[in-house]
Ligand binder design. Sequence first.
Ligand code: AHG
Ligand code: MN
Ligand code: MN
Length: 332
Amino acid sequence: MSTDPMSSEIITVQSHIIEKQRKHPQATGEFSWLLSGITLATKIIESKVRRAGLLDILGADGRINVQGEIVQKLDRIANETLLRTLGYRGNIGIMASEEDDEPHMVKDVGEEGRYIVLFDPLDGSSNIDVNVSVGTIFSVLRRKAGEWNRENPVVHLLQPGFEQVAAGYVVYGSSTVLTYTTGNGVHMFTLDPDIGAYVLCNEDVKMPDTGKMYSVNEAYLSTFPKGYRDYLGWAKGEGYSLRYIGSFVADFHRTLLRGGVFLYPPTTKQPEGKLRLLYEANPMAFIAQQAGGAASDGTQAIMKKQPKALHERTPLIIGSKSEVDRVLGFLA
Ligand code: AHG
Ligand code: MN
Ligand code: MN
């Protein structure tokens, strides 16, 4: 082992973003300011997740959110943390969350505050009570030409995924890992709890092009469209493995590193699939694409879909490029 301390640098997510921006002379630094707000929020959320059992904040708080699901206490805490951390950055005009029916227009933001942040503050929250990995997902858009429409801010959010300027997620697993892209590859950082910083662990991550693993809630198999059933039958014959955590962030994280495919098809109960286009499917599709993978709803690329509503759902096929193509072959 080398004893030269300069042979292995320590790069935090903050310095990584600043370094990347230096290569763009037109960059103003406001974007790194925005991303540092998100990383701060996820550190606060992670500390709550880690202490959940101790603080007696486990379990449902009894309310139903706009999706008709029971709101977990930590969902609410995570949501408020993001809103409070990002609301004062000055460059964010709108925030929108899975937990809130309507987007939040930041009151005193001027026209120079041109960013839009959408998030799933706590993904997989039904898993918290059983100590299974959960996560936060975010997507960043820019306001299109024109001024803010304060009466109807949702019009600013309905942009296809290819318009994203950044996307990322944090998985609060056996360690806490942040993954982000700004369209220049996918970069991964592990939170060092001793120093409270995300440290670079994997630069320019590439998804394996194949992988004999599928991830789906197979309990709903009989209600999937035929092409999905055929693919799953074929995969079994080929000796594939099944991995399903039930936290999209964690299932996607494994798929990114190990390859294979994650599926949430249309079902009888959820004819449009379950996952949300704007703050679950799009950010992960951006990351998958930047890592050499792919994402589709079965008929078109996820990032080409024109959103019609903030909380719209989409069927999702995401993962290794050749495996996504194979599923699409069965659907054709
Ligand atoms: P959320 O906790 O943000 O509502 O998301 C839950 C999602 C997602 O994390 C996971 O992939 C999916 O629900 C699992 O759904 P099933 O229980 O239907 O398999
Ligand atoms: Mn979710
Ligand atoms: Mn959620």
